[in-house]
Design a protein around this ligand. Structure first.
Ligand SMILES: Cc1ncc(C[n+]2csc(CCOP(=O)(O)OP(=O)(O)O)c2C)c(N)n1
Ligand SMILES: [Mg+2]
Length: 744
């Protein structure tokens, strides 16, 4: 049996190592003396770091024991990585940190930075998934803390690097636009990850963006800490690969430190931190670590590695080295070390037992409480707030130039006006993306914004959607209001994890202590004439439909876009929500509705003070009951045109309902509209499978109106082809008229 439980062996190894140590001890150093000759670490510093390492180790050991008793629910540990405590010591508790899951040492050390906090109890509550876990409220075992500026991460490796980069940039840019940062001006962003993770596209994206920034002599004070243990689960990183890959990257300044040896490593860690803080350049700290006790509690390494190899790895246990330093330096006796070791064990177990007695999440309401906060009255008030009139007049060039005094215009112009208004209202607004600055976007929707508000608030990014969304999270973390643009819906998909796994999950996994509000504008959907192909006409709304907490709006006309944008911005400001605005490209320039030249799709600009409540749809033909068409986006003008034909053909009075809000769908509103409908048609330009149409039908059926004749007109489950064939795969007016005929 000996050999199976490597945690037990590592535990025993430590005590045996201390007991059997036979080296020579120096005279005990004073607290402020170097721990060993030539070390940058003094005796007090060493002692505290050693204690942090021990806390981390005993949390791991405790988790292995109590997991099987169902008192603890997570066993990915930090053993072998405890040297990352040095990074916490060399930085401040106000340097935002996005941490690797092996950060027990870092956390224990950072807890020292504020008085009255207890790393053992806080961590135990998180391990136990207790409702009282101060990081996530029992939703996940995370390393996180509001007062300590540790923004919680879950476990998608590398997904946190873009937002760490974004936060570093935001620290600098906040200062440049006169925004009051929540942390000191010379803060840096810290981000740690494993050696295998350094290869991930999402990691590479962040390194590249950081170097791209530094190359232009722009500041990006991010400290990338690669904790290199030479392995990822069971796959070895080629020897020397991390150094080879990062040592000579221009504009990513490389430092290395021995994370297995506090006395030796601390000076190098300090240097890397100081370099990052002073030069404001992206800095890569290659921290040597090892991994003992396997990837997680379920990883029985003995089954796939030789015992000799395991023993060799365990011999590099950094705690053995720390014990040796304590003994060699004369700082601690064997008995003192062993007593500290056992005392820490007791504290961790006692805390875990106590945590197990605390309440866990026990209802769906409790689980979901922080997911999607919504305070309708405050949002409505904020959306309608119009106390910035003076600034508006400057922005639009005088009282007589205000957009609400102008003739009706099309969607692109009204979005542009609404963006100018948001910039005037919120000085902390930033707009960025691909080609959005001088050119004003592919469709000129952002034209003039940079000229009016300057390159610090309106700017082009590098061509990388993951970075665009990482930047957005960074700005939001620093209290700004980001309006990132994704040039086409098809290009959101390669970066969707930044919304799905990261931005939209932050409030949930931090128990609403952290929020990263944003409004992502996405040029979307099909029906473009003369500019075809799949990637410019993508109609996959499904990809956004099941992201918990996300709000998605899709206006079909200019006035709705303006009032919707005000509400989205208010949702972001008041409730910290992550929002997406799908802008139908084919309607940007649409001016007419029924006949060429009728101007039927032009709208007046709604003056500030008007806003569209979340979930509120627009009804055309109120009171018409013979046929009700539920639709959104391009489907709205198409359905209105089709309705005329249907009225002529069947003599029916037709009502067209523009849902406007796609996520969450307003089931109550759909039911209410369905209640008085004799027939129901759903016009959904998205794809058949898992599209909005399915949600509408579900609401109708669940509302008890499933017996009414209904039909769906919907896009096919296909990619969009080029040229005229593009129109074969999405609903047409003729399709709508024909489908209505089947309901007769
Ligand atoms: C994007 C993603 N792919 C796969 C995984 C599963 N996974 C979790 S940890 C891990 C290995 C990571 O190794 P490394 O970065 O070296 O960190 P270490 O665990 O060694 O500290 C893998 C493949 C994941 N969490 N995220
Ligand atoms: Mg590794």
């Amino acid at each position: 049996m000996r050999g199976l439980n490597r945690a037990e062996i590592c535990d025993v190894n430590f005590s045996e190592f201390v007991r059997e140590w036979g080296g020579h001890a120096d005279a005990k150093p004073a607290a402020d003396e170097s721990i060993l000759d030539g070390s940058a670490l003094d005796a007090r510093g060493f002692r505290e770091l050693f204690e942090s390492q021990l806390i981390s180790r005993h949390l791991d050991l405790m988790a292995r024991v109590l997991r099987v008793q169902n008192k603890v629910f997570y066993t990915i540990g930090s053993s072998g990585h405890e040297g990352n405590a040095m990074v916490a010591r060399a930085t401040r508790h106000t340097d935002p940190a996005f941490l690797h899951y092996r950060s027990g040492g870092f956390m224990a050390e950072r807890f020292r930075k504020l008085p009255g906090m207890d790393p053992v109890m806080d961590s135990a509550l998180s391990f136990a998934a207790s409702k009282e876990d101060p990081a996530s409220g029992g939703r996940h075992k995370v390393w996180g803390s509001k007062p300590l500026w540790v923004l919680p991460q879950t476990s998608t490796i590398a997904s946190h690097l873009p937002k760490a980069f974004g936060t570093a940039v935001a620290i600098e840019q906040g200062k440049r636009i006169g925004h009051a940062l929540p942390i000191p001006d010379d803060s840096i962003a810290i981000c740690s990850f494993g050696d295998a993770s350094s290869n991930h596209a999402t990691a590479q994206t962040a390194f590249n963006a950081a170097a791209w920034t530094a190359y232009q002599r722009l500041p990006a004070p991010v400290l990338f800490v690669c904790e290199d243990n030479g392995i990822g689960i069971s796959v070895k990183t080629p020897d020397g690969w991390v150094a080879r890959n990062f040592r000579d990257r221009p504009d990513l300044d490389y430092f290395s430190a021995d994370g297995l040896d506090l006395a030796n490593g601390y000076g190098d860690v300090q240097q890397a931190v100081e370099h990052c803080r002073r030069t404001r350049r992206p800095t890569f700290l290659h921290l040597r670590t090892t991994r003992i006790m396997g990837h997680a509690g379920t990883d029985f390494e003995i089954e796939w590695r030789s015992i000799e190899e395991l023993c060799a790895v365990e011999a590099t246990d950094p705690l053995l080295r720390s014990a040796a330093i304590a003994l060699e330096s004369g700082l601690m006796s064997k008995d003192e070390i062993l007593a500290l070791y056992e005392d820490t064990r007791k504290k961790c177990f006692a805390a875990a037992e106590e945590a197990d007695r605390r309440p866990r999440l026990s209802s769906l309401e409790e689980v979901m409480a922080p997911l999607a906060p919504y305070t309708p009255d405050a949002v409505a008030k904020e959306a309608a707030r119009a106390d910035y009139g003076q600034r508006r007049e400057e922005v639009f060039g005088g009282k007589d130039k205000l957009p609400e005094t102008q003739a009706p215009r099309h969607l692109a112009i009204q979005i542009n006006n609404a963006l100018h208004d948001l910039f005037a209202k919120y000085p902390e607004t930033l707009l960025f993306g691909e080609d959005v600055a001088q050119k004003g976007g592919v469709y000129t929707v952002t034209k003039g914004l940079q000229k009016t508000f300057g390159p610090r608030r309106v700017f082009n990014t590098l061509l990388d959607e993951t970075v665009i969304l990482g930047l957005a999270q960074g700005y939001a973390n620093m209290g700004m209001l980001p309006l990132p643009e994704i040039q086409y819906l098809a290009y959101l998909h390669n970066a969707a994890d930044q919304i799905r796994g990261e931005a939209a999950s932050l409030q949930f996994f931090s128990n609403n202590q952290y929020r990263n509000p944003m409004v992502v504008r996405i040029a979307s959907l099909g029906y473009q004439r003369g500019f075809g192909g799949h990637f410019h006409n993508d109609n996959s709304i499904t990809a956004l439909r099941d992201i918990p907490g996300l709000v998605v709006g899709c206006p079909s006309r200019g006035d709705d876009a303006a009032t919707m944008l005000r509400t989205l911005a208010a949702l972001a400001k008041v409730d910290g929500r992550v929002c997406a605005l799908l802008e139908p490209i084919a309607l940007y320039m649409a001016k007419d509705l029924y006949e060429p030249g009728d101007g039927g799709w032009l709208t007046e600009y709604p003056a500030p003070g008007e806003a569209m409540p979340l979930g509120e749809g627009r009804v055309y033909g109120e009171g018409n009951d013979d046929l009700v068409i539920f639709t959104f986006g391009n489907g709205v003008p198409m359905s209105l045109r089709a309705a005329r034909q249907i009225e002529t053909k069947h003599g029916w009075k037709v009502r067209v309902v523009d849902l406007r809000w796609l996520v969450p769908l307003n089931d109550a509103f759909i039911r209410e509209q369905a209640a008085s409908a004799k027939r129901i048609l759903i016009v959904d330009e998205g794809r058949r499978s898992a599209g909005v149409g399915e949600g509408i039908i579900t609401a109708v059926v669940e509302g008890g109106y499933g017996a009414r004749p209904f039909r769906r007109v919907v896009g096919a489950d296909t990619f969009t082809p080029l040229a005229g064939a593009a129109f074969l795969v999405i609903p047409s007016e003729d399709d709508i008229v024909a489908a209505a005929g089947t309901l007769d």
